[in-house]
Design a protein around this ligand. Sequence first.
Ligand SMILES: O=P(O)(O)O[C@H]1O[C@H](CO)[C@@H](O)[C@H]1O
Ligand SMILES: O=c1cc[nH]c(=O)[nH]1
Length: 234
Amino acid sequence: MTIHIGAAPGEIAETVLMPGDPLRAEWAAQTFLDDAKCVNRVRGMLGYTGTWKGNRVTIQGSGMGMPSLSIYANELIRDYGARTLIRIGSCGAMQHSINIRDVVIAMTASTLSTPSRGIFKELNYAPCADYALLEAAVASARKKDSAVHVGGIYSADVFYDERPDLNEQMIRHGILGVEMEAAELYTVAARHGVRALAIMTVSDHLLTQDALPAEDRERSFGDMVEIALEAAFA
Ligand SMILES: O=P(O)(O)O[C@H]1O[C@H](CO)[C@@H](O)[C@H]1O
Ligand SMILES: O=c1cc[nH]c(=O)[nH]1
């Protein structure tokens, strides 16, 4: 047990999928894993461990925002020995070429700051994906019906944005979408020498204002989960 994860030693797999939403963790575990067992309920941040095609997998909610994700990523890696962490999230699209329900795979994640910012001081560290995971995820995504986009994303600290000028600069510089966790996931994973990737399904569009309801964000992002599982065990 850790402060935030109630799983016993050995109950967390080396491969962990991390949605922000704990109910998406429950849905994905029940839909894609065999013999899924709930291994964490602390703070309602549900985590499940089961198998996918014979491979052990944990699906653990990260909560919203980088401070929350950072707690779970640190404890999963340092206390439970997780070696591959794949975010299965939602994001807002920032380009007209991207549509609702498309899949975005983050090669890099730009930020204003992350919980790791203090380490780097004046340095602007560039959080990036594990290349082998990225390559495997792209290969998997190309075989599916969902359109896939690969490139830079923006990991924001706020959902309700009081600085629209920042979004304008992100859009102008080709950033595909905005979410709130990937940059810290990539940074913590790099620090501990483990693999990380962030895959997001587009839930809303900053340019058209289209948006999916909460239930769809919880339960309808199956292609993304399959892409994550196939990439983890490629
Ligand atoms: O759907 P999840 O994975 O939580 O991801 C996105 O949704 C939340 C905001 O609504 C943030 O966590 C953001 O990153
Ligand atoms: O963080 C997020 C997630 C989805 N859509 C947004 O605009 N921001």
